[in-house]
Design a protein around this ligand. Structure first.
Ligand code: GZL
Length: 320
């Protein structure tokens, strides 16, 4: 009994560094290094998993102790996580906000505690942008516009489109819709005949498309706000006897590996890359913010568009 107690005592510092409060990284030799809280939105898509891995990997490489929280798609969980990080006195917080609104109170709490917040991948709507240090994200309006331009070119400006939206209230869902609508505005014969949320999830993309393909058998194109929903929709279209990639053109956003495989297989026509490998940029920003430097309010991550014809050559290069 005594021996066990002694062993536990000896192990305690190790256990606290490695596992305490959901800690993912850390290293006992870097006790002087930063402790960062990462409030992740969830694990709804391959993109999100790649983002989590990038941030976790970067923390390990820099000897940062990372406290990780997965909000499982619920803003209330994410707010709780941020409050928890503030209570623990972390050096900074990385936040991937699920939705745009509702952040003001907790960001003010972080500000009062003098804990900088670095936003990654999604923006927030607040009355004072001094409530966060910086935002590192793609230009979602431009992504939607790129998808629309591609579809307009491919169809000669004529399409019956079903849109699968991301999580309601999320910056990429709002802006990808806006960008796409702006892109098709000049083409009166490009119409969105139905538009529904699939919450950025493959299973919901499939479910939603199962119903929509029955209600709108005249569809000629699908625009999905992310690849996972497009991949789910492809399954539903096939089950309904359609040929995705041929008689229904499918365009989506993210550029994950499975999308390249689907393009190679001729089921997906186009994906607009949205780079999730934000770890290096996020920690550069964290280090500067902790050092008291003023950062630009937004760093835009550059995206590219890929068509099916490029898929086979590009597939081996994909990192996520
Ligand atoms: C993009 C991001 C989106 C991805 C989705 O920055 O917030 O969330 O496009 C993801 O795949 O779930």
């Amino acid at each position: 009994m005594k021996k066990r107690a002694l062993l536990l005592l000896a192990l305690t510092p190790f256990l606290l560094t490695q596992c305490g409060d959901g800690s993912k990284g850390g290293d006992s030799s870097s006790s002087n290094s930063l402790t960062i809280g990462f409030a992740q939105a969830g694990a709804e898509s391959a993109w999100r998993t790649a983002e989590t891995e990038s941030i976790t990997r970067e923390a390990e490489q820099r000897g940062v102790t990372l406290k990780f929280s997965d909000a499982q798609g619920k803003q209330e969980n994410q707010i709780k996580a941020v409050r928890g990080f503030i209570a623990q006195g972390v050096d900074a917080i990385i936040l991937a906000p699920i939705v745009e609104t509702g952040w003001e109170p907790v960001l003010k709490e972080a500000q009062r505690a003098e804990i900088p917040v670095v936003l990654v991948d999604r923006g927030v709507q607040v009355s004072d942008d001094g409530l966060y240090a910086t935002l590192i994200a793609s230009d979602f309006v431009a992504e939607g516009q790129m998808a629309a331009d591609w579809l307009a070119k491919k169809t000669g400006g004529k399409a019956n489109i079903i849109e699968l939206q991301g999580t309601p209230g999320a910056a990429p869902a709002i802006d990808r819709k806006k960008g796409f609508e702006q892109g098709i505005a000049a083409h009166p014969e490009m119409k969105i005949i139905a538009s529904q949320s699939g919450d950025f999830r493959r299973s919901q993309g499939k479910e939603v498309m199962e119903a929509l393909v029955k209600a709108h058998p005249n569809l000629t194109a699908v625009y999905a706000h992310n690849d996972d929903m497009a991949l789910g929709a492809i399954q539903a279209l096939e089950a309904a006897g359609k040929k995705p990639g041929t008689d229904v053109l499918v365009v989506s956003i993210d550029g994950v590996k499975d999308a390249f495989i689907a393009m190679k297989d001729g089921q997906l026509n186009c994906t607009v890359e949205c780079n999730p490998l934000l770890g290096p940029n996020a920690f550069d920003a964290v280090e500067k913010a902790v050092a008291g430097e003023t950062l630009p309010k937004k760093t835009v991550v550059q995206d590219r568009l890929f068509e099916a014809s490029q898929a086979a050559a590009e597939l081996p290069n994909r990192q996520y």
